[in-house]
Design a protein around this ligand. Structure first.
Ligand code: DPP
Ligand code: ZN
Length: 872
């Protein structure tokens, strides 16, 4: 496909001074009247350029300029929409157009879901509703009139404040909404439907009362409390931590069943995938509760980082997403215990973003070209983008960073800006030259850092030498060094931090070393003791792959004592990785190493002081997809088997120790939703799963009993997850019961689909067939499709990577089928196939063959873009 380039950016030829949209809503065909006042943009490059209005699948009914039809030849319709030539300095346009919500299975633009009408406009959905200069740097105020059948669509919502409503003849009614804030079209939203409203209020820090309204289908009205409580916590947090106050009088959230993304931050009217709203203890796990809280917060935080200050163009997507993920991570950390949130974020980055950054779809946090912007809502733009913000804060300090944010929001309020603008503010407030830092935005790939140390006895000196290198990525052969903040501490034999100073510096017990060259040496003097271990990259201070060549004893010491939760967890992860690497590379287990790991884990299980949630997290081995990154190419089936076998070997001797902890966790299913209660449940479920994996005979009946007695979804899923890899009757019994219990509850049914599709138990293809035949399965519902295809490709190595290629052909076929309905979701689900170069040659060639088969078909631009990059 043809690419769009950042370097081609030009300001819009026209500004839109105001916009009125009238919707005559119906599912089959909706007529839209668009009235806008346009004026030539003084910043435009060409003084007499035409006005570009994008339109995608929209029928043009009529068009007038200042009340008259444009003269012959002035209005041009092309593949992208409309071009209007010969406009004067200012003009009023009126466009009548038509779109077809019911036929819209792409779920971009205006579409129908569960009998309701709703919209998704980011990034380029507005042009599927009407003709408009649909680009994020065209900001205007909106007045929206909605008219619809009163019985079918009793609720009519749009952005801003409702200023008028009333009844009309013929069983119809209307509502008028005005949004006083300037916004780009991607933040437009409307909803028409039959929905129940749960209400609450929030008083802002300046004493204004805001109405909070959560709209769901009536049968879900009892699953809204958590979302509303989360929203209020997020609103308070943004005031307290960032000084940001809400601005409209009402904040609305609508839950939608069919939704491509997680949620959407439309001004004053968020639309949410129902999965990130609805929760009750019977239907949602603790993880679901936490995810809901973080997505609610994320979309709320966008009100400032994204809406009040928005992106100039889509290359700047991380301006709002990286910053907003950073903000929601801060919020969740605040609600969580003991740094485990940080560990979870790092685990996700490693399992998903690092592979992306090392594969054919690698791209910079601020890309410089794209063929389809839908494919750039990635872990790199979001999660790595958030790491960049975090590093900036580490480099300039918390207070300076906070001041910079204040300046940023104030200076650019109501504007569409760039990541360069953001960094420039941080440079200004800190007085630092951050130009070298900006390479993080423009260079793809995960930097590799090597650390070496030497010591000169107690009271002596230490030297740390750090080197860095970023591997080539598609289109970027040569990389420059980036600025890497490396947080380190020296630990003594009891695990206490050692003090020292750098030349001319203060005595400290922790440092942030700034590595900005290819290689640098840092010197420390007057160490108070001789270090037993070095705690590296504390808090995961930079998104890099570190090789510190630490010995097993040093890692065990960190695992036992490190006061940084990340570094403690990382010590265990490093040991696990080393054991796996040895098994794969030397075809044999390193028995001494594995014995040492077992010994360290045993000590951890005896440690009464460790927080349950941290223990649960540390005990978990890395997932296969992360381990695959250790190798050039690897057989994923073998890797999974070795991983599972390592888990079994390590924990078999520890089943007694695990059993002994369990009685302390007997009371966990108590309905409490504190971080502590959730952490204890997590540990209980982890121990159960590890005991099953370690073939502890007593564990299976315990899982059955836990399932039967469970009063919460967390404990029920804990039991199911524990037995899901067992070819055992218990598994079938529980799954059958679970399906029966929840077959009419789509969100819980998705869990059932995920368990079945993600299990490696024999018969994976038969189960796959059965799931697709299940009455609850619909190809048009992204959650359902993802629930089946996602876990099958992510966790079911045995079937997805079956050596005859059956798994690849099946998934390729599904992607092809889905692509005809929903290209955005299809392109996303195709991504595991793009990893063919990482898979052993025999399988890799079959994956590639499936991609080539798809490439030869007429596929969507979204899917073609992914496939072409994967094959390049
Ligand atoms: N709704 C998506 C998000 O919040 C895209 N903006 O990240
Ligand atoms: Zn976002």
């Amino acid at each position: 496909p043809l690419a769009v380039y950042l370097n081609d950016y030009q300001p819009p030829a026209f500004v839109v001074e105001s916009l009125e949209l009238d919707f005559d809503l119906a599912a089959a065909a909706t007529e839209v009247t668009t009235r806008m006042a346009v004026r030539r943009n003084p910043e435009a490059v060409e003084p007499d350029a035409p006005l570009r209005m994008y339109g995608d699948g929209v029928e043009l009914v009529s068009f007038t300029v200042d009340g008259a039809k444009p003269a012959e030849g002035l209005l041009e319709q092309d593949a992208e929409g409309l071009l209007l030539h010969g406009l004067p300095e200012a003009a009023r346009l009126e466009i009548v157009s038509r779109c077809h919500p019911e036929q819209n299975t792409q779920l971009e633009g205006l579409y129908a879901s569960s009998g309701n009408l709703c919209t998704q406009c980011e990034p380029e959905g507005f042009r599927r509703i009407t003709f408009f200069p649909d680009r994020p740097d065209v900001l205007t105020t909106y007045r929206v009139r909605l008219e619809a059948d009163r019985v079918q669509y009793p609720v009519l919502l749009a952005n801003g404040n409702r200023v008028e409503a009333g009844e009309l003849d013929g069983g119809r009614h209307y509502a008028v909404w005005e949004d006083p804030f300037l916004k780009p079209s991607y933040l437009f939203a409307l909803v028409a439907g039959d929905l129940a409203c749960q209400r609450d209020t929030f008083t802002t820090m300046s004493g204004r009362e805001v109405q909070l309204e959560l709209y769901v289908e009536a049968h879900n009205a009892d699953r809204c409390d958590h979302a509303l409580a989360s929203l209020k916590r997020a609103m308070r947090f943004d005031e307290e931590a960032f000084g940001r106050e809400y601005d409209l009088d009402v904040y609305m959230i609508v839950a939608v069943d069919d939704f491509n993304m997680g949620a959407m931050e439309n001004k004053g009217l968020n639309l949410f995938n129902a999965k990130y709203v609805l929760a009750s203890p019977d239907t949602a796990t603790d993880d679901d509760f936490v995810a809901i809280e973080s997505v609610i917060a994320h979309e709320y935080f966008h009100n400032w980082s994204g809406n009040r200050v928005t992106c100039r163009d889509w290359f700047q997507l991380s301006l709002k997403e990286g910053l907003t993920v950073f903000r929601d991570q801060e919020f969740t950390t605040d609600c969580t215990l003991f740094g485990v949130k940080r560990i979870d974020d790092v685990a996700m980055l490693r399992a998903f973003q690092f592979p992306e950054d090392a594969g054919p779809l690698a791209h910079p946090v601020r890309p410089d070209h794209y063929a389809e912007i839908n494919n750039f809502y990635t872990l790199t733009v979001y999660e790595k983008g958030a790491e960049l913000i975090r590093m900036l804060r580490t480099l300039i300090g918390r207070e300076t960073f906070r001041r910079g944010l204040d300046v940023y929001f104030e200076r650019f309020d109501g504007q569409a800006v760039t990541t360069d603008d953001f960094v420039a503010v941080m440079a200004e407030v800190s007085g630092r030259n951050l130009t070298p830092f900006k390479r993080w935005y423009t260079q793809a790939g995960t930097p590799r850092v090597t650390a070496a140390t030497s010591f000169d006895g107690p009271g002596g000196q230490a030297r740390i030498t750090l080197t860095q290198e970023t591997p080539p990525t598609p289109g970027q052969e040569h990389k420059e060094p980036v600025v890497i903040p490396m947080r380190v501490a020296f630990l003594d034999a009891e695990g206490r931090r050692i003090t020292a100073h750098q030349k001319g510096g203060e005595v400290q017990d922790e440092w942030v070393l700034e590595l900005s060259e290819g290689e640098q040496t840092f010197r420390f003097e007057e160490l108070s003791d001789s270090p037993t271990a070095i705690s590296w990259l504390r808090g995961f201070s930079a998104p890099v792959i570190l090789n510190a060549n630490q010995g097993v004893d040093e890692l065990a010491h960190l695992l036992a004592y490190d006061d940084d939760a990340f570094a403690r967890w990382e010590a265990a992860q490093t040991l696990f990785r080393r054991a796996i690497r040895s098994r794969i590379e030397h075809d044999a287990a390193d028995t001494a190493l594995e014995a040492a790991i077992e010994h360290a884990l045993a000590a951890l299980l005896r440690d009464d002081a460790i927080e349950p949630v941290l223990l649960a997290t540390i005990l978990q081995l890395p997932p296969t997809r992360e381990l695959a990154e250790l190798f050039e190419r690897v057989d994923p089936v073998r890797l999974r088997n070795e991983r599972d076998d390592l888990e079994k070997r390590l924990y078999m001797p520890l089943t007694d120790a695990m059993q002994q902890i369990q009685p302390k966790l007997d009371d966990v299913d108590n309905g409490a939703f504190t971080a502590e209660a959730m952490g204890r449940r997590q540990l209980r479920n982890r121990l159960l799963a590890l005991r099953v994996a370690a073939r502890d005979q007593a564990a299976v009946p315990e899982a059955l009993a836990q399932y039967q007695k469970a009063r919460s979804q967390t404990m029920r899923m804990g039991a199911l997850n524990a037995v899901n890899e067992l070819d055992h009757e218990a598994r079938q019994v529980l799954l059958a019961d679970f399906e029966k219990r929840y077959r009419d509850d789509p969100l819980v049914l998705d869990k059932y689909f995920g368990l079945q599709a993600g299990s490696q138990v024999a018969g994976g293809f038969e189960r796959l067939d059965a799931l697709l035949e299940h009455p609850g399965f619909r190809w048009t519902n992204p959650n359902r499709v993802r629930a089946v295809l996602g876990p099958f490709m992510a966790r079911n190595e045995r079937h997805f990577h079956q050596d005859d290629g059956e798994g690849y052909r099946r998934m390729g076929g599904f992607v092809e089928k889905l692509d005809a309905m929903n290209p955005q979701t299809a392109a996303r689900l195709a991504q595991p196939l793009t990893r063919w170069r990482k898979v052993d040659t025999g399988r890799g060639e079959q994956m590639r063959a499936e991609l080539e088969r798809l490439a030869a078909l007429e596929v969507s631009r979204d899917l073609r873009d992914v496939i072409e990059r994967a094959l390049a």
